[in-house]
Design a protein around this ligand. Sequence first.
Ligand code: UDP
Ligand code: MG
Length: 316
Amino acid sequence: MKKISLIIPCYNEEACLRLFDVEMAKIVEQMKNYEFEILYINDGSKDDTLNVIRQISKRRSYAHYLSFSRNFGKEAAMYAGFCNATGDYVAVMDADLQDPPAILPEMIKVLESGEYDSVATRRVDREGEPPIRSLFAKIFYRLINKISDADIVDGARDYRLMKREMVEAIVEMGEQNRFSKGIFGWIGFRTYWYSFENVERTAGETKWSFWKLLKYSMDGIISFSQMPLSIASWMGMGCTGVSLLAILFIIVKKMVFGEEVQGWASNMCVMVFIGGVQLFCLGVIGQYIGKTYVESKKRPHYIVSECSDGKIKKVG
Ligand code: UDP
Ligand code: MG
């Protein structure tokens, strides 16, 4: 019998988890010819999430959990899930039912047809999302696909069913600055895209503010592309070229018209412009150095303070 592992990152999800458990129980009942393992990852929730998870794991033999010592973020929670999942097929699923469990049987069917190694999902619409967020998301996906090796689909969710081989490749990618959408694309494998209409959150609220998303997308670009560094050096070259021309112009002008003291305003403009470009480029380089610094410390991605069974990796 094949085993399906589901990874459920939970941060302040007390309002959703009971509903999620009921929905999941239906699916487990429906797919009797598979063994299930549901791994709840409590990502340092401040509400009663951990208690709810404890109760679920007592009631359902297939439910297991691990609880982080603090909030490490969804990326760390997914990584902890991948490190500890033991199934032949593994999927990440949000706790708020925005990733419909009901489509799992169809996803399994596609995977077992043998043509694909993973079944990924994408939302075909962004209904219920603020327009400015959708606009930025569109720009981000265009940009990152142009400038990086990570093949990222607009509207892609983290909800994705994978074969064991793919999970092992993901665990091997132990980088600190994790951007899963990029990692999934980068490792390759044959992926089938399953589209569904956006589902609103069951209860509670989204953990992603606009600024958090903007920072996350910047991290994604820096993790998967060196294009910003190239842009910085091109700007440097461009400015050098322009200033060489300006020097030539000033020398010729002085030889033809003689000495004259004027041009304070234009002088200031050039200085401020060059100063700005330099600071911008330093900032870009700083971003990469900062990420390198974090990587070089090789700190664990997560620390577990409590778990449901002994086999779980406490630090990873
Ligand atoms: N999540 C998490 N840690 C965090 C933020 C979110 O584990 O720091 C979980 C959250 O509980 C949910 C999933 O990640 O199961 C997706 O979060 P959310 O629904 O807020 O994101 P959205 O669906 O709005 O993109
Ligand atoms: Mg959600």
